[in-house]
Design a protein around this ligand. Structure first.
Ligand SMILES: [Zn+2]
Length: 199
């Protein structure tokens, strides 16, 4: 595979710890009604890279309000899952970002290794070019990039513009930036820092 960290279980443990920090912050903030949030994880079954993932990847961290009559579901942003996509966010970013930079053979190998269907790839492209640019997350963030990043350049150009010396840092930065699009049941501002040096 093209990047060693993709097969390194420490990378996924690191992302899980960030998700735990984010979840702790969201839980501490409580429900919109003022109620206490109780753990209500739900099952996930991410595809590809099974060998590098432990059982922490079989559950999405989530909460439910304890207040009778509210019971609102509250799923914190995640740096692991990109909404309901079955592949991890890191794969969705890398495969679409590297699309133009990889030789056809290399790209084919990666897609084979990860068992990704052509229809899935085309959905991801559409997501980056049409769905993500319309999201509140991108509308709030895009102004930070001068000159602007055009939707047709997503996510590769964005990955290249983010701060951080190596791909891993920029990738972690992007996963953090994408956190808000990974949930529809929570919105707010997070203080969780993502530093891959702590991996
Ligand atoms: Zn509530």
């Amino acid at each position: 595979m093209c990047h060693a960290f993709l097969n390194d279980s420490r990378f996924y443990t690191f992302l899980f710890r960030i998700d735990q920090d984010i979840a702790a912050e969201v839980q501490a903030g409580g429900c919109l009604c003022g109620g206490v949030l109780h753990s209500a994880r739900y099952p996930r079954k991410p595809r590809g890279l099974r060998g590098a993932l432990d059982e922490s990847y079989e559950k999405r961290l989530s909460f439910c309000c304890a207040e009778e009559g509210c019971r609102r579901r509250c799923t914190p942003p995640s740096v692991r899952y990109l909404g309901r996509k079955v592949y991890l966010g890191v794969i969705v970013i890398l495969i679409t970002a590297l699309e133009h930079g990889l030789s056809p053979k290399r790209r084919h190998q990666l897609i084979e290794a990860l068992d990704i269907w052509p229809q899935t790839l085309s959905r991801w492209r559409t997501w980056w070019r049409e769905v993500f640019p319309a999201s509140r997350c991108w509308r709030q963030t895009k102004g930070n990039f001068i000159p602007p990043v055009a939707p047709c350049q997503l996510p590769g150009e964005l990955l290249g513009r983010l701060s951080g010396g190596d791909l891993l840092r920029r990738l972690c930065h992007l996963l953090g930036l994408l956190g808000p699009v990974s949930t529809t049941s929570w919105s707010g501002y997070l203080r969780v820092a993502i530093d891959p040096q702590k991996m």
